[in-house]
Design a protein around this ligand. Structure first.
Ligand code: FAD
Length: 451
């Protein structure tokens, strides 16, 4: 039987961040995952806090982490600050400190895609529909497209024939409209659709296939030439593309494009399938794998656990029709929510899929038999979000899942990320901020636990 100090279940941002904290301290860790989750599908920006639970826009995301922690001890940022065990002032202080530490750790990873931004200031980035969302950190390829950086600039948006995930003309009109609402003056927003070299007569081209080809210098040059020819001498201060500008060498690709086009270039964060999301996934996997003692295995489902005296002793996994038991001293549950696969529907109710942990709502009330349909609002795009997206497991201030009696179900089981309850990830815009900061903190707690 194989044995690891720690098994992390889930290889999204939360699981990988906790694994990073362990492996950099030479603690052997096995990361098992069924596949890719929400992290790889994300637009790749790190949203720390876009809107308060009340719906009010957040200007300073790090301050907002503190304010949320102060007011809501059951919110993941509240738990990060010490939860119900400490008073509200201390919770506020701790949460800000720990979130800052976690995000600074993330920013210091000198591997893979580079992130920029300011933890103390939200900016607006657009998505392929041209609508805007607040975020704290973004990939460097998105920098020139941050709304305030587009002010008083002439902009040209490029779409591709046969690439259905982006409508350049729609995006341009929508961006102009939303910029006006936010009182940002765009000098001029034009759009055009070009035929991509190699893909001339293709339909349903995938972003990742364009990204791979753009890694090749010859292709990049003919791509640039096609754009120059189509622009017919018309100059734009900034040229925006859907997020397809390489998987590995985006910074260099942008530099070369800027030289050849004579304009600044930016990428528009995308919807799934998302090249920026894949870049983020790759960055975190590489950061973890650079240390000996970390092993990532994908395509594995954790089927069940074996326990003894309120401790997880072994986990049972299935791999290529084989079953295997793995012994460990601690487990981090980072299986995400519905998209990741950590939460499931069973007979009309929401269940946690591996341990059968009880789930609760945003206020920390256990659901105990409440049906999913009761957690949906009538309007699809309800402004304050559907309560179902705040459902998850409840943890103590060491991020150990608790049962109905409020005590940890297992002494050596910890959790992080979107599996946690107490926040509405869709309406708050705090998804990856919470995954990274709770993953970081859980990793540190587990490191102390196994030592
Ligand atoms: C379309 C989309 C776009 C988004 N864009 C952004 C954004 O731009 N910025 C932002 O901040 N947030 C964004 N979010 C939210 C953010 O992506 C998530 O909150 C965050 O990625 C959650 O990370 P996680 O590690 O908790 O879970 P996930 O990334 O979902 O990872 C869960 C992992 O658990 C594994 N798993 C589940 N069950 C099992 C099992 N039984 N056995 C083994 N493995 C298992 C999965 O395979 C997966 O690897 C977006 C979400 C979506 C859906």
């Amino acid at each position: 039987m194989r044995e690891f100090d720690v098994v992390v279940v889930g290889c999204g941002a939360a699981g990988l961040m906790s694994a990073y904290e362990l492996t950099k301290r030479n603690i052997p860790v096995l990361i098992v995952s069924r596949g890719l989750g929400a992290t790889a599908m994300s637009s790749g920006t790190i949203d720390l806090m876009g809107y308060f639970p009340s719906g009010v826009f957040v200007e300073n995301p790090l301050d907002a982490v503190g304010e949320v922690a102060e007011k809501y001890p059951q919110h993941p940022y509240g738990v990060l600050g010490g939860g119900f065990e400490v008073d509200s002032d201390e919770r506020k202080k701790n949460a800000v400190l720990r979130a800052r530490e976690a995000l600074s750790e993330f920013l210091s990873m000198e591997i893979g895609v580079k992130y920029v931004g300011d933890l103390n200031r939200n900016v607006f980035v657009s998505n392929p529909l041209g609508t805007l969302k607040p975020t704290a950190l973004y990939q460097i390829s998105m920098r020139n497209g941050v709304l305030e950086n587009l002010s008083d600039k002439s902009i040209h948006i490029i779409g591709f024939k046969g690439y259905p995930d982006f409508d350049a003309s729609f995006y341009a009109k929508s961006l102009a409209y939303f910029a006006k609402i936010l009182k940002i003056n765009l000098k001029d927003v034009k759009s055009m659709v070009i035929s991509l070299p190699t893909f001339e007569n293709k339909h349903n081209i995938l972003a990742v296939n364009i990204a791979r080809l753009l890694e090749k210098e010859d292709y990049l040059d003919s791509f640039a030439k096609t754009i120059v020819n189509n622009l017919k001498g018309k100059h734009a201060d900034i040229i925006g593309f859907p997020a397809v500008l390489g998987l590995e060498n985006t910074e260099n690709i942008i530099k070369r494009l800027e030289e050849q086009l004579g304009s600044q270039v930016f990428e528009i964060p995308s919807l799934p399938p998302s090249v920026p999301g894949l870049r983020l996934q790759q960055k975190l996997e590489r950061a973890v794998s650079q240390y000996d003692g970390a092993k990532i295995i994908k395509g594995i489902e954790v089927l069940r656990i074996h326990k003894r005296n309120r401790k997880v002793e072994k986990i049972e996994i299935s791999m290529e029709r084989r079953r295997e038991e793995i012994k460990c001293s601690a487990v981090v549950l980072a299986t995400g929510s519905f998209i990741g696969g950590g939460l499931k529907e069973h007979e009309g109710e929401i269940v946690e899929g591996i341990f059968g942990l009880p789930v609760c709502d945003q206020k920390g009330k256990f659901l105990e038999g409440i049906k999913i349909l009761k957690l949906l609002r009538e309007g699809l795009f309800s402004k304050d979000g559907h309560p179902v997206f705040a459902v998850g497991i409840k943890v103590d201030n060491m991020f150990r899942p608790v049962g109905l009696d409020g005590t940890p179900v297992y002494e050596n089981l910890f959790a992080a990320g979107a599996i946690l309850s107490g926040y509405n990830r869709i309406s708050e815009k705090s998804g990856l901020g919470i995954a990274i900061s709770t993953g970081y903190f859980a990793g540190n707690v587990v490191a102390n636990f196994v030592r």
